[in-house]
Design a protein around this ligand. Structure first.
Ligand code: GTP
Ligand code: MG
Length: 196
C-alpha cells in the first residue's frame, strides 16, 4: 500500500472527544521518546505531519491523522516519562487505558519498543495488559539504525526471551528506522491486510 494522502484531523484529550467515525484506525503507542511520531511521519512521507522532539513528553494528546481518506493513524501520548508530574502521569495513563481498551474502531495497536534497550518493565507490563485485554497488537522495534546488525540481533533475541515469559508465542513484530526508512513497506502491507 502507498500512502497518497495524509492529513491531521483532530487532537483529543480524552476518548469521548475523539473523532466520531466508523473508519478503521491503527494506534501507535510506546514509551516517551521511543519514536512514535517520527515513525508515523516516515510511514506518511511527511516529516511535518506529527510533531517530534528530542525531549520526551512531546505528544500529550490523542492525535488523529486521516490516511488516503479511508483509515486513521493515531499518535498517542508516550507512557513512562519520569519527569511528568504525578497528576499528569495518571491523566496520561487514564487517556491511554481508556483509548486502548474502549475505542471500538481500533483495529490494531502498534507498540513501539526501542531496539537498543533491554525490555523495560513498563513495556512488559503494558504488553501483558494488552494481552489480558485481548487488544490486537504488533510490536515495532525502533531506531534500528543506531546499532550494528550484530548488536541489534543480540538485543532482539534478549527481548524475545522476555516476551516468551509473557506470551506463548512471539507477537508479530517489525524492525524499523525512521531515520533510514527501514520497515515501512512491511508495516503498510500489514495494515493493508486489515483493510481488505
Ligand atoms: P513523545 O511524543 O515525547 O512520547 O515521543 P515520540 O515517541 O513521539 O518520539 P519522537 O518521534 O518525537 O522521537 C524522539 C527522538 O528520537 C527524536 O529526537 C527523534 O529524532 C529520534 N528518533 C526517532 N526515530 C528515530 C530513528 O529511527 N532513528 C534515530 N536515530 N533517531 C530517531
Ligand atoms: Mg510523539
Amino acid at each position: 500500500m502507498i500512502i497518497k494522502k495524509a492529513a491531521f484531523h483532530k487532537s483529543s484529550s480524552k476518548l469521548s472527544e475523539c473523532v466520531r467515525s466508523p473508519l478503521p484506525e491503527f494506534g501507535f503507542i510506546g514509551r516517551s521518546n521511543v519514536g512514535k511520531s517520527s515513525l508515523i511521519n516516515m510511514l506518511c512521507n511527511n516529516n511535518k505531519l506529527a510533531k517530534t522532539s528530542a525531549s520526551p513528553g512531546k505528544t500529550k494528546l490523542i492525535n488523529h491523522f486521516i490516511i488516503n481518506d479511508n483509515w486513521y493513524i493515531v499518535d498517542l501520548p508516550g507512557y513512562g516519562y519520569a519527569k511528568t508530574s504525578k497528576v499528569q502521569k495518571s491523566e496520561f495513563e487514564t487517556i491511554i487505558i481508556e483509548y486502548c481498551s474502549k475505542r471500538e474502531n481500533l483495529v490494531c495497536l502498534f507498540i513501539l519498543i526501542d531496539s537498543r534497550l533491554p525490555l523495560q518493565q513498563i513495556d512488559a507490563e503494558f504488553l501483558q495488559w494488552c494481552g489480558e485485554k485481548e487488544i490486537p497488537f504488533a510490536i515495532i522495534y525502533t531506531k534500528a539504525d543506531k546499532n550494528s546488525k550484530a548488536e541489534l540481533k543480540k538485543n532482539l533475541e534478549l527481548i524475545e526471551e522476555k516476551l516468551l515469559l509473557i506470551f506463548s508465542e512471539l507477537p508479530n513484530s517489525f524492525i524499523t528506522s525512521a531515520e533510514k526508512i527501514i520497515g515501512k513497506d512491511d508495516i503498510l502491507d500489514f495494515i493493508e491486510g486489515y483493510l481488505k
